[in-house]
Design a protein around this ligand. Structure first.
Ligand SMILES: [Zn+2]
Length: 179
């Protein structure tokens, strides 16, 4: 269970990323702000998630604890889960949010802080522009490592996209064959 209050430092990733700012690290035991978000912001978050950048390898999945609380036995299809985190450039800050944030917004009426929504609105989706914006918004303490991680991410992106396209094609063929 990992909970951070919105806009608190998020030390989940350790140094040098411990000055990242947490948004949407919800747990069913903790209160959170409710409200409606614009559909365009959800679409934007989904677009960012498609090529999600991560400065380090897989850290284990997050499960939605609101959904978990409503099931007696954990069946994968009943409980929303996410393994990625989204890194969003802000104004002199870097926000980090679990990819479940879109699920929290849609299924549990979570309303993220305005400063974060504004950052999402402004976030570039073209990878090179995104990398530049993220590195520019980062605190000095993490900038060098973040830049190196972003360079690696940009380099691997074409092959990641090709793998993803291949996987989708295979899934499509399987679903096509199913009676
Ligand atoms: Zn849920």
């Amino acid at each position: 269970m990992t909970w951070y209050a919105d806009l608190e430092p998020c030390d989940y990733f350790g140094e040098p990323y411990d000055e990242a700012v947490a948004v949407g690290w919800l747990e069913a035991t903790e209160p959170y702000t409710r409200g409606r978000s614009e559909q365009t912001l959800l679409a934007k978050l989904n677009a960012i998630r498609n090529d999600s950048f991560a400065p380090m390898i897989f850290m284990g999945p997050h499960f939605c604890s609101f959904c978990l609380a409503n099931v007696e036995e954990v069946q994968a299809e009943d409980v929303a889960a996410g393994i990625d985190n989204l890194w969003i450039p802000g104004d002199g800050v870097v926000y980090v949010t679990p990819e479940l944030v879109t699920h929290y917004m849609q299924a549990h009426e979570y309303l993220p802080p305005q400063s974060f929504l504004h950052a999402v609105h402004k976030c570039p989706t073209e990878p090179a522009d995104y990398a530049r914006a993220l590195s520019r918004s980062a605190p000095v303490s993490m900038r060098r490592d973040l830049q190196a991680a972003l360079d690696g991410w940009l380099e691997r992106l074409p092959s990641r996209r090709a793998e993803e396209a291949e996987r989708k094609k295979r899934e499509f063929r399987w679903s096509w064959k199913d009676p």
